[in-house]
Design a protein around this ligand. Structure first.
Ligand SMILES: [Zn+2]
Length: 83
């Protein structure tokens, strides 16, 4: 299996600040770092079910699409980040 280079920064602006994704549930951004760690998200997320699949990850800095969330989630699973 070919090992893909992990995404650790924005390919557009080089920011390592993190990414956000718009939940399909509320259409509000959900933020996390490139390592998969969650960042200051609103309390409403505690009860909200995040749905994966088809979501795109956006750069928090330049708002450009980085990749699919599923790509990042796969990367986090492979690197052992508990989800
Ligand atoms: Zn960027």
């Amino acid at each position: 299996m070919a090992k893909r280079k992990p995404i650790t920064r924005c390919p557009h602006c080089g920011s390592t600040e993190g990414i956000y994704t718009k939940t399909t549930l509320y259409n509000i951004p959900w933020c996390c770092g490139f390592g998969g760690e969650e960042q200051e998200n609103g309390e409403m997320y505690d009860n909200a079910e995040r749905q994966s699949g088809g979501e795109m990850a956006y750069c928090q800095n330049c708002d450009k699409i980085i990749c699919r969330m599923s790509t990042l989630e796969k990367q986090w699973r492979e690197s052992g980040v508990a989800r």
